[in-house]
Ligand binder design. Sequence first.
Ligand code: GLO
Ligand code: MG
Length: 344
Amino acid sequence: MAKKPGNYRFSFGPWNISMGADPFGPVVRKEVAFAKKVREYKKLGFDYVQLHDDDVVPADWDAAATTRGVAKVRQLLASEGLKGEFIAPRLWEDPRTIDGAYTANSASARRYARDRSRRAVDIANMLGIDLIVLWPAREGTYIREAKDPIAATGLMVDAVNDMLEHDPNIRIVGEMKPNEPMDQAYCPTVGHFMGLCYRTADPKRVGVLIESAHSILAGLDPSDDMAYALWHGKLWGVHLNDQNGLKYDQDKTFGSVDLRRAFNQVWVLDRAGYYDIGVVGLDIKAMRTTKQIDETRHLANSLRVFQHLLKLVRSVDASRVEALRGARDYEGLELYIMEHLLGR
Ligand code: GLO
Ligand code: MG
């Protein structure tokens, strides 16, 4: 008998409740304190918190202050019945990593990035989290001649190995994005990072987190990227959102641009039993025009769209799909899917 499909767990990051600044204008909403954000999670239907290392404690705190600070956050999360999903070392805001972190030309910048990453692993441990997310924001170039791309590939593997060696249980996922802030990122796609996973010191602890918008920016379909990683047994995180064409990373509400593309992401996750594998993460920005009082609506709306799509996914007539596939009747299959989405 087929296994009953399970329930999903959901997460977002505190940066998803934002003040709305963009490169052309200042903030438009007031800052919300971390503790206040944490109190929103359960109300909105979320059980997991995505965290950067410096969402937990400032990056320049010494070991003793870090331990005390992390303990406080641990308590705060526990008091709300929340769990941390991952820690991501935020390597892109420090002046030392202006020209890259793991792949910087400067040896001292690379050292700083490695030290900070090991500290992120320690923070994860103290919070009972076993997942590190690497979004290699500044690994790449504005002009190709600036760095050695062959060496850069090896430096990425070295940095991952460094964390694997630092902790025997930690798992690491790469969250790949082809551009922004860099013109061209090193390791721009899921497939690129997957190749690196197998060259690390412990491939079974290295996988990927797939963000819908990042796949779209690479000209790829997010559900196919997810399928590829699922086949490898390496999809341990997702950042669902949406993206209107090839431009800056928009982080729009899930399904808001292309419902069918969103439907296919939910379908592929559900077929693979992702509910038993990982948390469904959102990485979504409110529109700049959003009022303070509505600052979490984009998160609630995305979760609601996911749940609607899940219902549609679970009510697909599988035998009909099989029959249409068998008859190579893709016109019929397309109409069936479109009418299913339209509730007809
Ligand atoms: C930016 C990324 C970013 C990461 C976050 C966690 O494009 O999507 O938001 O997901 O920093 O690593
Ligand atoms: Mg993301």
